[in-house]
Ligand binder design. Sequence first.
Ligand code: ZN
Length: 160
Amino acid sequence: MRVPKNIYDQIILHAKKDLPNEACGYLAGKGGVVTKAYVIKNIDQSHEHFSFDPQEQFAVIKDMRKRNLVPIAVYHSHPATPARPSKEDIKLAYDPDISYLIISLAGNVPDIKSFKIKKDSQNDNQMNKEQTNNNQPKCNLHGKSQSNNHRVEKEEIDII
Ligand SMILES: [Zn+2]
């Protein structure tokens, strides 16, 4: 994933602004290059987990479609824990093709890492191939499998 420096700084600022709670949003773009960050309200108002405001999420997905962008990453902050997906983050990860980017504010300097989370019960080649063609905003919460098998793969972030 490639992230322009100004967007990288923007999401760190968002994470700091929403302290003590977790901040969350989407990074959208094309071909793995992020061109826009979308702030979404964390309706959990919690420092340990987040849930997108569903209405804002819907509006954001619609805006992406209008601009011909695709969601590249879901980002959220960890105010006091490392930049690693929590058990709940893994459990709630719904899309094996999207990146999960975590901004940790636990140390003196913000630490940002990105992951792909794949569940073994999911076949990678369903759903997401037609991402740019389908007519529905992609707000799906499928893949509620009972399986605990998952692979968390760290992914490089290039700041451009
Ligand atoms: Zn988390």
